[in-house]
Write a protein that binds this ligand. Structure first.
Ligand SMILES: *Cc1c(COP(=O)(O)O)cnc(C)c1O
Length: 412
């Protein structure tokens, strides 16, 4: 693997990039190098018009008729089927609903109900906070549950016949470290446990094969690599083998077998529709659909190859230009890393604030992580090169010491 380590080599690499056409599908601001598509995907060019049309026509003119005439009612399934293609699932195994946090609650509850004689949930310390918080909330309703929090390298050893469900995030939000999904699913199944993976930092960024790995449940965000826009609705997957038996407790009317019968007693819909609780967020679904269309004509394999090359180039350039200046919080082996690189520095916050002021947008995660996401759909090798030039200049001039970079914003 030869990496482009000069600006000329990066420009040449971009000129030869078979995925370069996808960049024109995005509306990227002039003068910005966007390295935060892992937190909020960039705006697709098609989104504004699509949402505006929906507002003017389907909502403005069609009014309530559009639930039928504009197929609003089937949007969660339709958009779920688009996501299914990116995560190795069948079209009818994924549905779009609610937020990732809520879907975690529903998915874990459904998994627990499939293992009624077990009460242990295994997860890791430092998992994404909402995943841990939702488990804690679930335990407040089910005090009999035992949430077993074990270090990453102890997980397989912690699986035994008491475990109902293993709940993990596939690519770690902070370090970018990626679990071996198939191996952990097999280890859980060997003890009779089920597995739920959070794909928030995986979907659309790394190759995911849920059915190949025999995963039971999965959830993930619409607004990160899937480009659905801020607060986009999330998705949930359940393997078809569970559809007949599974039950989730947020039994709202939209998950009823016949919502428009308006009967008093709940009866779950068959299949993924049961995971709908309330009315689907149609504006958000339209934006998510436009976000997913940016993947048309691409393969995850090619995207992943480019993402690895982008991140390897970034690491090599940082190590060459700034030897020993940053710690490396991400695995050095790209096979164990998602589509992000996290550097550490005691003044990480100020350095990132200085970078952002120069139009190089990454983010900061306490206490000392500078996070750089590499979105292969719209990022060029020359962007990676230029970002490291900015970083190098900032470190050399120590411009991050300027007082305006020390004040912390509400969202980092
Ligand atoms: C971003 C992220 C979430 C976000 O959940 P929301 O309900 O959308 O706020 C959840 N889990 C992981 C692992 C994430 O990275």
């Amino acid at each position: 693997m030869s990496l482009p380590l000069s600006r000329e080599a990066c420009v040449a690499k971009d000129a030869a990039d078979p995925l370069a056409f996808a960049r024109s599908r995005f509306d990227l601001p002039e003068g910005v190098i966007y390295l935060d598509g892992n937190s909020l995907g960039a705006l697709p060019r098609a989104t504004a018009q699509r949402v505006a049309e929906l507002v003017q026509n389907a909502w403005g003119q069609g009014l309530i008729r559009s639930w039928n005439s504009a197929n609003w009612i089937t949007a969660p399934q339709r958009v779920g089927a688009m996501i299914a293609q990116l995560i190795g699932a069948d079209a009818d195994e994924v549905i779009v609903a609610d937020s990732t946090s809520i879907n975690l609650f529903k998915g874990i509850s459904a998994a627990l109900a499939l293992r009624p004689d077990r009460r242990v949930i295994v997860t890791e310390p430092g998992n994404f906070p909402t995943d841990l918080y939702m488990l804690q909330g679930l335990k407040s309703l089910r005090p009999d549950l035992d949430i077993r929090i074990v270090a990453r390298d102890q997980i397989e050893a912690a699986l035994d016949e008491a475990v109902a469900v293993l709940c993990l995030t596939h690519v770690h939000y902070k370090s970018g470290e990626m679990f071996d999904m198939a191996r952990l699913a097999a280890a859980a199944h060997a003890k009779g446990a089920l597995v739920l993976f959070d794909l928030s930092h995986s979907a659309g960024a790394v190759e995911v094969d849920l059915n190949g790995a025999e995963v039971d449940f999965a959830i993930g965000c619409g607004y990160k690599y899937l480009n659905g826009g801020p607060g986009a609705p999330a998705f949930i997957f359940a393997a078809r083998r569970h559809h007949a038996q599974m039950r989730q407790p947020l039994s709202g009317w939209m998950g009823h077998a016949r919502p428009f019968d308006f009967v008093d007693d709940y009866a779950p819909a068959t299949g993924m529709a049961q995971f709908l609780s309330g009315t689907p967020a149609i504006l958000g679904l339209a934006a998510l659909e436009a976000g997913l269309a940016t993947f048309d004509g691409q393969t995850l394999k090619a995207l992943r190859e480019k993402s690895v090359l982008l991140s390897e180039t970034f690491i090599a350039l940082v190590e060459t230009k700034l030897p020993g200046v940053f710690g490396m919080a991400s695995p050095r082996n790209p096979a164990h890393r998602g589509s992000q690189v996290s550097l550490t520095h005691p003044h990480g916050y100020e350095i990132m604030a200085n970078l952002i002021a120069q139009g190089v947008i990454g983010d900061f995660r306490a206490p000392d992580h500078l996070r750089f996401g590499f979105t292969p759909l719209y990022l060029r090798f020359q962007d990676v090169y230029d970002a490291t030039e900015h970083l190098s200049a900032i470190m050399q001039a120590e411009s991050w010491r300027a007082p305006q970079f020390a004040t912390r914003a509400a969202v980092t």
